[in-house]
Design a binder for this molecule. Structure first.
Ligand code: SF4
Length: 211
């Protein structure tokens, strides 16, 4: 795909949702970090239902670090893989207290040194909480890129790196949300809404249905 078409795609996705926000509810970087970790293989909706009570009981790293995974489990029982995630939550809080003065670090390397925090989670935190131009790739973004031809990649991490290199700078901060929400609400896994799609004429997917 050439640079001009890439730019047109991003301009149209931006026009659809000029000021997108994370659909994971949070009040600060610590809450966002825990919420993103909890959202792996779960819906944002299920995480948003669980986190208000969790953060009311454990509002910061200092408080959560004093707890055990068994203390966290009852709050997140409705979220998939909750036992592992409870261990990661306490592990993250302890690591923040021991190594980062209770604050969420602002580099990819430091974030990825925390338990249960992979590249995608780290990039979401850097993008959403610290406004750094990373483009984390989830299943929705990967699908949109594969179908449209925005970038071609075999893995989510490769896709993320290619987007970060190839999208015009002015779109890099918002690209994560613009492409994700397009995938979540229009270019859905099953029955994508190609007839209503704002980038249908630019999309390379041979199976797109325009009638
Ligand atoms: S035309 Fe269809 S397949 Fe292509 S981006 Fe739009 S919704 Fe997705």
């Amino acid at each position: 795909m050439n640079a001009q078409i890439r730019r047109q795609i991003m301009e149209r996705l931006k026009a659809e949702r000029p000021e997108p926000e994370s659909e994971l509810n949070h009040n600060n970087a610590f809450e966002l970090l825990i919420a993103v970790m909890l959202s792996a293989q779960a819906t944002d909706k299920s995480v948003n239902l669980a986190t208000p009570a969790l953060f009311a009981a454990m509002p910061d790293a200092a408080t959560m670090a004093q707890k055990t995974p068994e203390d966290v489990e009852p709050f997140i029982k409705t979220i998939g893989l909750y036992r592992n995630k409870a261990k990661h939550a306490v592990g993250i809080a302890k690591a923040l207290m021991e190594r980062f003065n209770g604050e969420v670090p602002q580099t990819l390397k430091d974030l990825m040194s925390l338990p249960g925090v992979g590249e995608k989670t780290a990039k979401v935190v850097l993008n959403v909480a610290f406004h750094k131009p990373f483009i984390p790739v989830d299943t929705h973004i990967f699908r949109v890129c594969q179908r449209t031809g925005l970038v071609q990649a075999k893995t989510a991490n490769e896709c993320s790196e290619k987007l970060e290199k190839s999208l015009p700078e002015e779109f890099r901060l918002g690209a994560h949300h613009w492409i994700l929400l397009h995938g979540r609400y229009c270019c859905t896994a099953r029955k994508p809404q190609c007839t209503k799609c704002p980038i249908a004429d630019l999309c390379h997917w041979p199976e797109k249905e325009l009638l």
